[in-house]
Design a protein around this ligand. Sequence first.
Ligand code: FAD
Length: 401
Amino acid sequence: HKKPKILILGAGYGGMMTASRLLKSSVYQDAEITLVNKHNYHYQTTWLHEPAAGTLHHDRTRMRIDSVIDMNKINFIKDEVKEIKTDEKKVILESGELDYDYLVIGLGSEPETFGIPGVEEHAFAIRSVNSVRLIREHIEYMFANYNNEVEKHDEYLRFIVAGAGFTGIEFVGELSERIPELCEEYDIDRDKVRVYSVEAAPTALPGFDEELVNYAMNLLESRGVEFRINTPIKEVKEDGVLLNDGEEIKASTVVWTTGVKGNSVLDKSGFETMRGRIKVEKDLRAPGFDNVFVIGDCALIINEEINRPYPPTAQIAIQQAYTCSNNIKALLSGSEKLEHFTPDIKGTVASLGGKEAIGLVGTKKLYGQSASAVKKMIDNRYLFLLGGMPLVLKKGKLNIF
Ligand code: FAD
């Protein structure tokens, strides 16, 4: 009697937590579990704005997978997923292929460019350890270059962040904290540096509480951030952006944070998607498949109260991992009664750099240092769920206040 094979694609919030739950519930004794990920480390995507701006070293946002997942109980394969062949129950990797009885897709997201020309060629993305390390190095290189050229290039010191959603605002917050340090280090007047937050919608942080949005904008403006709201970008060029109204802003650094779509592997594999995401059934399975689960940013779930999709978050990815692992366990034990997933949104907190943040927890609004403390506790809680107190002590944000 061969053990059924469970294959988990992606070791992000969803994939890691699924693997961890399957370990904790002893499912590994009755099944052969394999986790595939591009890198041999797991990183916390929600922290990436910090290493991108250079306010936190990128090693603080990542950990080796074998330091948290017992490799005697779960197979780990470091490889890139290229395609899923559901009709053959097979996954094609860059170097090899794997078959499965149960599949969990947790491959995360990709930047949404809306087809705007030049984004892929000229803009940076906050997406992975590799992509944010490049942003940090590029920013420093621009500062280092400025004083070393006879003809001064003001565009070296101009930074455009496209999109003032959560990621864009969090990054602008970190960047505005880092710039005074960079100015000091590279002998540059603060006045020479310009940071633009450009947003197509009529407000920053669309959909968020107005008072909190105002607090964030005032704070960031006081640190020198210039908001361009209601300002769609028409094109990204090598030397800046062209706005819809014809104006050009010259800048050597454009960071693109206008939202995400699901991993393109899903489209390539023939799944029906909306913005690259699979609209999953209540039990988190892909429609028409009884053995394929989709979680995290690859999954689309509808908030029935407003009849609109939930924005993809780590919070939801983690909760889905619990439901997904319970449902796999149920299927293995022959039960057809699967759990339905309902997100339990505890709140939303956005950091603004330094000891500043804004947040909505239940109906309570949080500002400043207390919001920032809650944010750090959220980050630590995840580490606790994944690896207990030892992981919190090793990788956590212990300097809470
Ligand atoms: P991820 O955690 O992104 O993991 C996907 C994994 O799959 C990665 O390890 C990746 O390397 C791997 N992978 C991708 N493609 C392949 C492939 N082809 N082959 C093999 N491996 C692959 N959410 C919140 O809830 N709260 C927040 O405060 C918050 N802040 C954020 C701040 C920033 C700057 C960003 C960028 C996002 C933030 N989010 C936040 C959103 C959150 O990060 C995502 O919703 C969450 O990471 C989704 O989890 P996931 O498991 O689907 O994917």
